[in-house]
Design a protein around this ligand. Structure first.
Ligand code: NDP
Length: 270
């Protein structure tokens, strides 16, 4: 099937998630976030990833309102921060996020990190928030296989997504978790898919990029797409946003996919 910027994947609860989105980590609240979200939406992106800890939910909500695009055409993700974990705190946290976003629901609410001693009661709160319609889907982030095994043993509502740092530079070190997610129908969102820019000059990546007449960033995003992940690169500039959206008119050969996947360096940028 030929993918486009408007293609999506079906999650395990039958909701749909775009194949490519935009993340807004470290984009300051105010005009920078508003402009970047408006640019992204104008270019056709429909998945916007924020988090309460990014401090820019208010501007994300404002930009979505200003865009004039129907709310139900935009996929909005936010996340429960570590300090807000716990049953009652989690409920208050989503209430606060929705207020800032000026929305009645988010499409995806993620438990940002698996905080020891708190993650199970936080998940219970998120399940209840899901029942009440405040989030259409719920998922986790930064969960490794043991966290997922624990969650699947105790959950009432299964997570639809695990958002993980994934690029060719850490793929093999995440493989155990990736395979577990695939086996259990938990969709993977790849964060920091551009390695925060750290590996864009890697000579092996540059060689593949030259072969396809593409930029290293486009090759990394195409790799992510062909792996079946939803990638959420961050860019606050229009040029990069545009460049990153142009990954649907070429495909990497199986041997180049293999070469990329073998570039593992156990990279963790966070
Ligand atoms: P990315 O891997 O997306 O890299 C972002 C960097 O790459 C920025 O410096 C950006 O610069 C640059 N860049 C973007 N496009 C291009 C391009 N075409 N060519 C060259 N450079 C480019 O890093 P992030 O860590 O921000 O990850 C993306 C998103 O994932 C976050 O914004 C956030 O939404 C999510 N995330 C989730 C985490 C979690 O714990 N769940 C943790 C970290 C991130 P510029 O802005 O100038 O374009």
């Amino acid at each position: 099937m030929d993918l486009t910027l408007h293609s999506d994947y079906t999650l395990n609860n039958q909701e749909r998630i775009p194949v490519l989105g935009c993340g807004f980590f470290k984009v300051p609240d105010g005009h920078q976030t508003i402009d970047a979200v408006l640019d992204a939406l104008a270019l056709g992106y429909r998945l916007i990833d924020t988090a309460s800890v990014y401090g820019n939910e208010r501007s994300v909500g404002e930009a979505i309102k200003r865009s004039g695009i129907n709310r139900d055409e935009i996929y909005v993700t936010t996340k429960l921060w570590n300090e807000d974990q716990g049953y009652e705190q989690a409920k208050r946290a989503l209430e606060g996020s929705l207020k800032k976003l000026s929305m009645t629901y988010v499409d995806l609410y993620l438990l940002h990190w698996p905080v020891a001693g708190k993650r199970q009661e936080s998940w219970r709160a998120i399940e209840d928030l899901h029942d009440r319609g405040f989030c259409k889907s719920i998922g986790v982030s930064n969960y490794l296989k043991p966290h997922l095994v624990e969650l699947l043993m105790h959950c009432r509502v299964k997570p639809v997504v695990n958002q993980l740092e994934i690029s060719p530079f850490n793929y093999l070190s995440r493989l155990d978790t990736i395979q577990f997610c695939r086996k259990n129908d938990i969709h993977i969102e790849a964060y920091s898919p551009l390695t925060k820019g750290l590996k864009l000059s890697d000579p092996r990546l540059l060689k593949i990029a030259r072969k396809y007449y593409r930029s290293p960033a486009q090759v990394l995003l195409r790799w992510s797409l062909q792996e079946g992940f939803t990638a959420i690169p961050k860019s606050s500039g229009k040029e990069h946003l545009l460049e990153n959206s142009k990954v649907f008119d070429f495909s990497l050969s199986i041997s180049d996919m293999d070469l990329l996947s073998a570039m593992n360096e156990n990279l963790t940028t966070g």
